[in-house]
Design a protein around this ligand. Sequence first.
Ligand SMILES: Cc1ncc(COP(=O)(O)O)c(C=O)c1O
Ligand SMILES: N[C@@H](CCOP(=O)(O)O)C(=O)O
Length: 466
Amino acid sequence: MQYVSTRGSAPALDFEGATLAGLASDGGLFVPAEWPQFSHADIAAMRGLPYAELATRIIAPFVGDSLTDDELRALCAEAYGRFAHAAVTPLKQLDEQQWLLELFHGPTLAFKDVALQLLGLLFETFLTRREDHLTIVGATSGDTGSAAIDAVAGREKIDIFMLHPKGRVSDVQRRQMTTVRAPNVHNIAIEGSFDDAQAMVKRMFRDEALTGRFHIGAVNSINWARLVAQVVYYFAAALQLGAPERKVAFSVPTGNFGDVFAGHVAARMGLPIERLIVATNVNDILHRALSDGDYSQGTVTPTAAPSMDIQVSSNFERLLFDVGGRDGLAMAEQMAGFEASKAMRLTNAQRDGAGALFSSCRTDANEMARAMRWACDAGGEIVDPHTAIGLHAAREAGVDAAIPVVTLATAHPAKFPDAVERATGMRPSLPSRIGDLFSREEAFTELSGDYDAVAAFVAERATPVA
Ligand SMILES: Cc1ncc(COP(=O)(O)O)c(C=O)c1O
Ligand SMILES: N[C@@H](CCOP(=O)(O)O)C(=O)O
């Protein structure tokens, strides 16, 4: 399997190369040159498989020659062996049509663990094989940071520099990052928004003063290997609800468009998906783009769902490339226009292609709180603010009553206790395995939003490659 850049001029790489590169050298994102296909019979044969085996079957065609099936199977068994639920991503029914897919049973209580536990092991395997060292630079609005740090803390062949927007993540999220005391972990709080942090990270991949000395790598969903692991739970949920005979719709709380893009990949591979509902908070660039073709960056409004406080959505480029004709040079021009003016219109092909599978919904603070209360009253479930946004969108979407609608429950409610308590009167407590989080000591560095200061911080502490 070869991976090509959405911007058309970087060399194609295999899975191992794309995983270690993170971002393509032309600034684009890697996507598979073609989509692996599963037939109706292939999908039916996956019913009842344990999660790690299902993951092996679905991920294998993307890995190609980079790992044997047995190597991949061992990594999946190790990654998903760390989850606190035997089903890894259990499904819960709320009413006749609405379901929750709980993706927060990993070590850091958010869906990011599903991909990052595997990615940490992939890095280790590939770096050992190449005798290489990776300097990971990442940006987080709260959840990627802790999941990535958990996955790589203490690994000798990796340094990780994680940027979070100061004061804009929940206390639990911040402490999950800043209380991990390993010599290879560096937490940086920057002035600004997640978008500012993400822009700095992308700039580091083009900064020859860094790329000339260090092997810069990515843990954000710009890294293709992140997304491939997220495809698996769409299959897991749909199979339990009657796929491939029956279609299923998914509602996905969305920010950087990685999670919902994994749903698009599942559909491309043959999973019968009725619809993917893109659920945003008031930071609604994706809702505007999908409903009206207007992809223009607004200012970020802090909300009670901070992980979705994003106005430049990295993976949307992958969708526009895929549904818009896979023309890398045209995509590069379109993205250059966006980077210069902070705005672009989708082409008709992009709008029609996206409209065939995607719809969208913007949820404000009141609607989010109402959805939290509905989950308690109707289904007896306490959901986090991000999941509540997905649930609101799911119930508003008007999906045919015969089709189950699965909302991805992306984080454990205890990561956002204040917001949950405000909406429902109930304060969720942390699972006992991280019950001591607030008595651990924190360590992080505060830097201004100045790129040079951040790049210098990385350069002083990272391990150069030979
Ligand atoms: C809890 C939670 N929900 C939803 C999202 C949005 O997911 P994505 O960025 O893949 O669209 C995030 C962050 O990515 C998150 O941390
Ligand atoms: N919401 C994310 C933002 C980063 O997204 P990613 O999926 O590209 O890593 C977070 O919690 O950090």
